[in-house]
Design a protein. Structure first.
Length: 326
């Protein structure tokens, strides 16, 4: 039996579980029949125990397009009947092919996985947060694009994995003025068993930040199993824009030498190590918190520089065409 449904039913008799109400009255009435009273007491105790127990994690699968908080969207299996309780923290969620699920109020779950079938979408409404404690897995769709549209909302995940190979973009995350926060690493596809990683496996994967979109990474940004630049032609693309921000907010981290068309923020703690090669930042470079920055490469910043301790031998940091630190 679905424990959540049982709780919904037994909740109307919550007072009975405290020893008062209908159950107690029934037991008193059966004192002249000890066996009946004993059996009734056992049944009531069992129901109360189940009702008081926390609901166990459940599997939820989209079987229609609709809102996250609508039972009509969900079943417990692919192609199953709708009408199941909406996903909550601890549940595993599958977004099946061809459906669009929209998060219209703050929500949480353990994991979200797309299927590889026809184009599928997960959309987050403005000022709404979806928290995925473990993995967000986005395989390459066999037709169309598997899309996570963060938009002006917030997506928090422990692990984001783009899986399956291909050339044309078939799995995509878009952010306009919202935020994507990854608790762990942005890591190579040859570490699929790692948890709290951001895995981009092939050139069919894409992340696009427009407007004031923010990508926060708590660990290391690695693609293709090496310290190669991001993006490159074999591991997917990261597209930033003026006004957007990429933030490394963990402890010791490697910062890749790509063209950041927006802002680059190095926060948290530890040493932020810039990779060899020139790093170009179209907006501002900010170093905050307890973090320090180490670089052997030249850094060109078209906006403002706000930095703390920097170890830059023999590199040059250039702000608006002027060398500010050697």
């Amino acid at each position: 039996m679905d424990v959540r449904r049982l709780q919904a039913v037994t909740g109307r008799r919550a007072a009975d579980c405290s020893g008062s109400g209908l159950a107690r009255l029934s037991i008193v009435q059966h004192r002249r029949h000890p066996v009946r009273a004993l059996l009734l007491s056992a049944v009531v105790s069992a129901i109360c125990l189940i009702a008081a127990s926390p609901a166990s994690a459940a599997a939820r699968v989209s079987v229609a397009s609709g809102n996250w908080n609508s039972p009509d969207t969900w079943s417990d299996s692919i192609g199953g009947a709708s009408g199941f309780s909406v996903p909550v923290a601890g549940d595993t969620v599958t977004i099946d092919g061809g459906f669009t699920v929209t998060v219209t109020a703050d929500a949480a779950c353990a994991s979200v996985a797309f299927t590889r079938r026809t184009a599928t979408s997960l959309t987050i409404a403005p000022e709404v947060t979806l928290t995925v404690s473990d993995a967000l897995t986005i395989p390459r769709s066999v037709a169309g694009v598997n899309l996570v549209a963060v938009g002006a909302g917030t997506l928090k995940a422990g692990n984001v994995a783009f899986t399956n190979t291909g050339t044309a973009v078939r799995h995509h995350i878009t952010i306009t003025t919202g935020r994507l926060t990854v608790a762990g690493n942005v890591e190579a596809a040859n570490h699929p068993s790692d948890h709290q990683n951001f895995i981009i496996e092939d050139m069919s994967a894409s992340i696009t930040l427009t407007g004031a979109g923010l990508l926060q990474v708590g660990g290391t940004l690695l693609l293709g199993g090496s310290t190669s630049d991001w993006p490159n032609v074999t591991t997917g693309t990261l597209t930033t824009s003026p006004g957007s921000t990429v933030e490394y907010n963990g402890a010791d981290q490697t910062v890749h030498n790509i063209d950041y068309f927006g802002n680059l923020t190095l926060s948290g703690s530890g040493v932020k190590t810039l990779q060899p090669g020139t790093t170009t930042i179209g907006g501002n470079l900010t170093l905050s918190g307890a973090a320090t920055m180490t670089t052997v490469a030249d850094v060109t910043v078209r906006g403002n520089v706000s930095v703390g301790p920097v170890r830059s031998q023999p590199a040059t940091i250039v702000e608006g065409g002027q060398s500010v630190r050697k």
